[in-house]
Design a protein around this ligand. Structure first.
Ligand code: XMP
Length: 318
């Protein structure tokens, strides 16, 4: 019989015993798992924990600020924001192949990890928000589907690093991680979030990525997500986001002819993310989101709704 209070108390005790007076580093992505791991470890060892958040320039609107505010200001954790926007965008310049983009982003994450490791030579432990399903997945023999896309996680540990791993959530399922997070006082809007892929907006800007497109997509995505929340639909769907296409089309705004990007709303309903159906969102709702995005986001003049299921389509477009 799993009890939250016991779990937290017991785990905090174990972390203290394991870590002693040593230092711990953690890459905080702002996702549920790394956030809950960070707060739990911080509760146990306070300032012996140092976190870093990598701002890739491919994060959602105000993501870096939200993370720094919540964990830096509210929890008073040691947390550094690594501003790597230029690095990621420069490396991605001129690249439009999805797998190549994923590899570039993954390599850049590892390079930044390495640099942080050099800066924190005195840390003995690397903490990760690994949860039980991750443990199972990495133990299972992967079929061909595993290679359809090269997945990577921000918290992935490159082979050559010689830290001891600290993974306090290893035995928990996602819903248990969320419960622990709530009990630790992490705000709901940080705990109930849909999954967000490691490569971020880099794989939601179809084709070549640049800052202008990332800024456009951030605004559109923020409107879609805010409207889902306002309509109490955010928790009804499993994952929702906007995709920006490298396609411009003609439109009209007032007396002006426009020639701007096309964006796509994607919303999926799924249990395990292996198969999914498109969400049957109300027409009224879709209309409102479409009007807002086209009126408010400079650079988009046309919106489509993705009605593909997985398989054969994937949830992400790249
Ligand atoms: P697909 O597009 O394959 O996505 O149907 C299934 C789920 O996985 C997420 N996803 C990723 N997550 N790193 C991640 O951490 C990745 O490279 C990655 N690619 C896809 C996707 O958002 C969806 O939840």
């Amino acid at each position: 019989n799993w009890s939250m209070g016991n779990y937290i108390e017991q785990t905090v005790k174990e972390i203290k015993e394991t870590v002693g007076d040593k230092k711990v580093i953690l890459a905080l992505s702002g996702g549920v798992d790394s956030s809950v791991a960070a707060v739990l470890i911080h509760k146990a060892i306070g300032d012996q924990l140092s976190c870093f958040f990598v701002d890739t320039g491919l994060m959602r609107k105000n993501e870096a600020e939200k993370v720094m505010k919540t964990y830096g200001e509210h929890y008073h954790m040691n947390i550094e924001c690594v501003d790597a926007e230029d690095r990621f965008l420069n490396k991605l310049k001129g690249v439009s192949d999805p797998e190549t983009k994923r590899k570039i982003i993954g390599h850049e994450f590892i390079a930044i990890f390495d640099e942080q490791k050099q800066k924190m030579k005195d840390a003995e432990f690397l903490a990760q928000g690994t949860i039980y399903p991750d443990v199972i997945e990495s133990q299972s023999v992967k079929g061909p589907s595993a290679t359809i896309k090269s997945h990577h996680n921000v918290g992935g540990l490159p082979e050559e690093m010689d830290f001891k791993l600290l993974e306090p959530l290893r035995e928990l399922f996602k819903d248990e991680v969320r419960k622990v997070g709530r009990e630790l006082g992490i705000p709901d809007h940080m705990i109930d979030r849909h999954p967000f892929p490691g490569p971020g907006l880099g794989i939601r800007i179809i084709g070549e990525v640049d800052k202008e497109k990332a800024d456009i997509l951030r605004e559109a995505d923020d409107i879609f997500i805010s409207e889902l929340r306002a309509a109490n639909l955010y928790q009804e769907v499993s994952q929702a986001f906007v995709v920006l296409l490298p396609v411009k089309s003609v439109g009209v705004m007032g007396d002006e002819r426009t020639y701007e990007y096309t964006a796509v709303l994607r919303s999926a309903d799924t249990i395990d993310f292996m198969t999914a159906t498109w969400s049957h969102l109300p027409y009224e709702f879709l209309g409102r989101v479409s009007n807002r995005i086209i009126n408010e986001v400079k650079g988009i003049n046309r919106l489509a709704y993705d009605i593909s299921s997985k398989p054969p389509a994937t949830i992400e477009w790249e």
